[in-house]
Design a protein around this ligand. Structure first.
Ligand SMILES: Cc1cc2nc3c(=O)[nH]c(=O)nc-3n(C[C@H](O)[C@H](O)[C@H](O)COP(=O)(O)OP(=O)(O)OC[C@H]3O[C@@H](n4cnc5c(N)ncnc54)[C@H](O)[C@@H]3O)c2cc1C
Length: 429
């Protein structure tokens, strides 16, 4: 008889590996199946010419749930927090960013009245009870916070920075403000990139008996309902069949629907098929030096652009003088991307901040269209997610799109812990 696993985790990204670690105390047999050659998913770090590139700019929230859960699992998170401040860039005009006290009082982007409104807006972010804004879009919330167009514009940029979402009229104010609160408590850039977190999670899971398989794709999930329980038959792309009592699926929503095929309950089908991912374009750059070492962070004001030097705060190269930075464009849902022109836009943005950077280039990588989060968190998603999740007993969903209240790594990690707790409770009862 083929072995029946207690739990199969589909996907060996951050969420899958956190799920595996949360199950290690349970005595349940756990198998992680990852379709990529490497584990880590979008949280992996690539070494290119010995320079460590995360998949675009990655920052972990210092006071977030993800960091706290990772630390409970014994994951060591080394790295430093970038200083608040930097620049706001409107066309080619540079202003001090009002993200620290000096910036607030010196920036020419605001007049005195707007400065006061900006301070009130920052206090408002911290004091907002997010449950009270679950029916509002982020844009509605921003318009309610300040009547000044300049203050609104900076709030919208800050929302993009905190969440990567660039659809303020549609996204849930509750989710965006929750993430904004987390960002305002600071972030860290990790030494060794996010791979350091992935490697520790992977090694710990393996040491505690989790089995892992890479380069294998799950094609189908077949639920087998009986009066007592549900079990699952999983079919891999190579035709192999695997039997399990529980599944944690960490794939995106469309992949999940494909794997379930006709067994996807209609409550899932309609909602999951409509979900749109959060997309962006990233230019990851390694330089031998920065032409202007004082410029470490900048946000576009009307252009949805980001620039940050990560290596000042995290070890990302064997040579401590080398510079690793990211330039990023936040894309709107359905935005058509002409790769060459977006690359040029990012390079020109970098040129505005670091004139002559090209002559110091060691290597760079441009990714024109990447999924940052599998779900753009729309107003109203919260209730629909709650009602569609438990649709198949024994099938648990985790990943950055599955949490009603958060996104990004915050959701990937917390939803994995929730899924593991759910399975442990089910198996005990
Ligand atoms: C440019 C960029 C910047 C980001 N910045 C931040 C940031 O600053 N802060 C933050 O918190 N988050 C950030 N994120 C988001 C963060 O990286 C993700 O939310 C997180 O890594 C998602 O983890 P996950 O496990 O849910 O999904 P994934 O990493 O996508 O993992 C899912 C895994 O499942 C595998 N898989 C899929 N289908 C199958 C199948 N059929 N069979 C087997 N395996 C399968 C995939 O190969 C993948 O490895 C950023 C992401 C990007 C792209």
């Amino acid at each position: 008889m083929a072995k029946q696993w207690d739990v199969v985790i589909i996907g060996g990204g951050l969420s899958g590996l956190v799920g595996a670690n949360c199950l290690t105390q349970s005595q349940l047999s756990v198998l992680v199946i990852e379709k990529g050659k490497k584990f880590g998913g979008r949280a992996r770090t690539d070494s290119i010419n010995n320079q460590l590139f995360n998949i675009g700019p990655h920052a972990l929230y210092k006071k977030g749930e993800a960091k706290s859960i990772l630390e409970q699992l014994g994951i060591e998170l080394h790295g430093k927090s970038p200083k608040l401040g930097g620049l706001l860039i409107d066309e080619k005009v540079k202003y001090s960013a009002p993200f620290n006290p000096i910036g607030v009082f010196t920036t020419c982007f605001f007049n005195w009245k707007e400065r006061m409104q900006w301070i009130k807006a920052l206090v408002k972010i911290l004091n907002t009870k997010t449950d009270s804004i679950s029916q509002q879009s982020f844009l509605q919330w921003v318009e309610g916070v300040s009547s000044s167009k300049s203050v609104q514009t900076v709030l919208l940029s800050l929302g993009r920075l905190a969440t990567y979402c660039h659809a303020p009229a549609h996204v849930s104010a509750k989710v965006i403000v929750t993430q904004l609160k987390a960002v305002m408590s600071g972030v860290i850039y990790l030494d060794g990139g996010w791979q350091s977190m992935i490697d520790q999670l992977y090694n710990k899971a393996l040491m505690k008996g989790t089995e892992v398989r890479s380069h294998q794709t799950v094609k189908q999930i077949l639920p087998m309902f009986s009066e007592k329980d549900t079990a699952f038959d999983i079919t891999l792309a190579n035709g192999e069949s695997i039997s399990t009592r529980n599944i944690i699926s960490t794939t995106g929503p469309r992949e999940l629907l494909k794997m379930l095929g006709e067994y996807a309950p209609s409550v899932m089908k309609d909602f999951f098929a409509q979900m749109e991912p959060v997309k962006g374009a990233t230019l990851d750059v390694a330089l031998t030096k920065l032409p202007d070492p004082s410029k470490l962070f900048a946000l576009g004001i009307h252009a949805p652009l980001y620039y940050s030097v990560h290596s000042t705060y995290a070890q990302l190269s064997e040579h401590s003088n080398n510079v690793i930075l990211h330039v990023y464009k936040y894309l709107q849902p359905d935005e058509l991307v002409e790769a060459k022109s977006v690359q040029l836009e990012l390079e020109q943005f970098l040129e505005t901040i670091q004139p002559g950077w090209k002559q110091y280039e060691i290597t760079s990588r441009f990714i024109p269209y990447i999924t940052v989060n599998e779900r753009l968190p729309l107003v109203g998603d919260e209730l629909r997610l709650e009602s569609s999740k438990p649709a198949v007993p024994g099938l648990y969903l985790s990943g950055d799109w599955t949490s009603p209240y958060s996104i990004l790594s915050e959701a990937a990690v917390s939803s994995a812990q929730q899924a593991a707790i759910g399975i442990i409770q089910k198996e005990k009862s």
